[in-house]
Design a protein around this ligand. Structure first.
Ligand code: SF4
Length: 389
């Protein structure tokens, strides 16, 4: 999708600290799948390996982007962190507390601190409630702003660029961009510390995307927010993120500071995603060759490096060795990739010793938004705990 986005504004607005606030360690989510009655009778189940043993941290005030194709596991990662999907294994510590061990009552307290903005505002907002009621509800659930909730609704609507006079209107009376502003206002209603934004602009027109991203940047500064930002479009990621983690088939294959990842991508899959960004020069666009093959099934992922069936750099060794995510020699600390053939940086200059032929990778039609159970998720988030009037 073409965007009119400029490179990151994060350097202008970032107030990141060195302390991590979210630590994800060995997070794994496998879905059990039974194909039919006979399979169920025989107990023959298959595991869909949606997220497979991933670890990362997010520093206070930071925006970490998770990027990858549909089916890469990025949304499941977000849902597992929030326990909308119960993790199969691993630890998710927020501010030192392991969220995976909390009771539902304890989890409610943390859901005040961690809120979510969904991809499709049309389905994540309750059609039977006015936007004022929608924004008010999290305050009721968490017992906040008693006696001045209407005032707070007006304040939030103004902050996200909506007129408070429209608080009695219903979601269908707003445009897509306005509905996403309502979704953001709802998430901010309880003054969270941490936002999970799951493809918050992918359902919007290109012209509206930059407005919403700029709004998120401004609100991050105003509310001192830490953000996990999920997108399939690297140009969107570049606009808002301090660091980027690239996911493929449930694993993180590369992670780095945003500008370093764009300047010097190391994993062949990252290069393929970068080359999928539309090229305005038709001659350059014509030179690109498509990335071959389909995304393998997460039920039966390939042996060795899971990217090898599609990787132009694959060797026989790649079929046997499953590379770990590891620091790249000579690169900025924290620039890690999982590839046995990743080129090394010159330790003195930081310059890559050998640059791969990036033009072998090309835009392809493998980037799609992943429609999820947004309405169900929103309802589940809203329904945690008793409503306190
Ligand atoms: S390990 Fe091999 S198959 Fe995997 S990304 Fe690197 S070169 Fe490609």
């Amino acid at each position: 999708m073409a965007t009119a986005l400029t490179p990151s504004r994060r350097t202008e607005v970032s107030t990141m600290s060195d302390e991590s606030v979210l630590d994800v360690d060995g997070l794994t989510k496998h879905f059990v799948q039974n194909d039919g009655i006979i399979d169920r009778f025989l107990g023959a189940t298959k595991a869909v390996q949606a997220v497979d043993d991933i670890s990362f941290e997010i520093r206070e005030g930071e925006t970490l982007g998770l990027v990858g194709e549909s089916g890469s596991g990025k949304s499941t990662t977000a849902r597992s962190i929030l326990r909308l999907d119960e993790p199969t294994d691993g630890r998710v510590a927020y501010d030192g507390t392991d969220l995976t061990t909390l009771s539902s009552r304890e989890l409610k307290r943390f859901r005040k601190r961690i809120q979510m903005v969904f991809q499709d505002p049309a389905s994540s907002l309750n059609r039977r409630k006015s936007v004022g009621q929608i924004i008010r509800q999290p305050m009721q659930i968490h017992g906040l702003y008693k006696g001045r909730r209407d005032e707070r609704v007006d304040e939030l609507m103004e902050q996200v660029g909506l007129s408070p006079e429209h608080s009695n209107r219903y979601p269908h009376e707003f445009s897509g961009g306005q509905r996403q502003r309502v979704g953001i206002a709802r998430a901010l209603a309880v003054e969270p510390e941490f936002l999970v934004c799951d493809e918050p602009v992918s359902a919007l027109d290109v012209s509206i995307q930059a407005q919403i991203l700029n709004l998120l940047n401004d609100l991050q500064e105003e509310y001192d927010l830490t953000i996990l930002f999920i997108a399939h479009d690297l140009s969107v990621i570049r606009h808002v993120c301090d660091r980027v983690a690239v996911m493929y088939l449930g694993e993180i294959v590369e992670i780095a500071e945003t500008e370093e990842l764009f300047a010097s991508p190391q994993h062949p899959y990252t290069r393929a995603l970068l080359n999928a960004i539309p090229e305005p020069d038709p001659d350059l666009a014509r030179d690109r060759k498509p990335l071959s093959g389909e995304v393998p099934s997460p039920i039966d992922p390939p042996a060795g490096c899971s990217f090898h069936p599609r990787c132009p750099d694959a060797t026989e060794e790649c079929r046997k060795v499953d590379p770990d995510l590891a620091q790249i020699d000579g690169a900025t600390p924290g620039h890690e990739a999982s590839c046995i053939h990743v080129e090394s940086f010159d330790p003195d200059t930081g310059i890559q010793l050998e640059t791969a032929a990036r033009d072998r990778y090309a835009p392809s039609n493998f980037l799609h938004a992943n429609p999820d159970q947004r309405e169900t998720d929103a309802d589940r988030l809203e329904s945690v705990g008793e409503v306190q009037e």
